[in-house]
Ligand binder design. Structure first.
Ligand code: GLU
Length: 295
């Protein structure tokens, strides 16, 4: 763990407009960074063109700007950082920690999709590259909110894809390389990514990179305690009305609404929020969302 000054980030994939869940991660990571007197960066994770939606980068950045959430350093784009990922991959290949793999999804179906050794039925022109995960790769970490987490990566995940057979970089490699290269000390993101953390730590260890602190915010639940439905969770946030949405997110983060009552402008609201934020109020398991849409 590093003793560098706090540096957090928000790293959206441009697969559509920002929805409530992603904005919650953005605001939560911003609040924790400000609370620690640290920096907060935005990184656009545009390395998966098949999943990207035209105009989503611009719309996501415009939404963040409308909510007053500005990157403290120039925004980085993963699409412009391929040489960094290539260097990491070359290092792993040269050290014998990664290997070319011709297995298809269908080949691995009998193993539950988990790769432990190659069972390819035919050679591919462009094989995937995987990280070799040793037997008994138990990884544990102390999540800033969720507590102690353990995963047996060889058993639960298998050999991790670094370069996909379609030629695109895997999220796992790019995120690990970028978090280290950008000096990120604290990764704060949604609980849907907690399951990726152990393999990211394993990859950091293979590359000789430091492991940041991790904190996974719980998923949003609706007022009756059910996971926010796909359609609710996917509702794009209304960037023309940042104040009610920020107040709504603040309450969803377990913080007292009254702290923001006096604010009439976005910047003012963010200042009040940064001053009043108490990480101890974050809930570990679920965030009971207030009624949506906000009045
Ligand atoms: N780009 C990822 C996503 O939008 C998040 C990556 C991360 O925070 O580690 O789901």
């Amino acid at each position: 763990m590093s003793s560098l000054p706090y540096r957090g980030r928000f790293a959206p994939s441009p697969t559509g407009p920002l929805h409530l869940g992603s904005l919650l991660a953005a605001f939560g990571s911003w609040l924790l960074a400000r609370h620690a007197g640290g920096q907060w960066l935005i990184r656009v994770e545009d390395i998966d063109p098949p999943r990207e939606v035209a105009g989503a980068v611009e719309s996501q950045l415009a939404t963040l700007a409308a909510f007053g959430l500005q990157s403290d350093l120039p925004i980085q784009y993963q699409s412009r950082r391929h040489p960094l990922y290539q260097a990491a991959l070359t290092q792993l290949l040269e050290q014998g920690k990664a290997f070319a793999c011709h297995c298809s999804r269908a080949d691995l179906a009998a193993q539950g999709g988990i790769h432990r050794h190659c069972v390819a039925s035919q050679q591919r022109a462009h094989p995937a590259i995987r990280l070799r995960v040793d037997d008994g790769s138990l990884v544990s970490f102390d999540d800033g909110l969720q507590g102690h987490v353990e995963q047996v990566v060889d058993r639960d995940v298998g050999d991790v894809v670094l370069l996909r057979a379609d030629g695109y970089w895997a999220y796992q490699l790019a995120v690990v390389v970028d978090d280290a290269e950008q000096g990120i000390t604290h990764v704060v993101r949604g609980a849907d990514l907690i399951d990726s953390t152990a393999r990211q730590i394993l990859l950091q260890q293979a590359l000789g990179l430091p492991t940041p602190h991790y904190l996974h915010l719980p998923l949003l639940l609706d007022a009756s305690g059910d996971k926010l439905s796909k359609s609710q969770a996917a509702v794009p946030v209304d960037a023309t009305r940042p104040l009610p949405v920020l107040r709504w997110l603040w309450t969803a983060l377990g913080q007292p609404p009254a702290a923001l009552d006096a604010a009439t402008q976005v910047d003012e609201l963010l200042q009040h929020a940064a001053a009043a934020f108490e990480p101890g109020r974050l809930q570990k398991t679920s965030l009971r969302a207030p009624e949506w849409p906000p009045a």
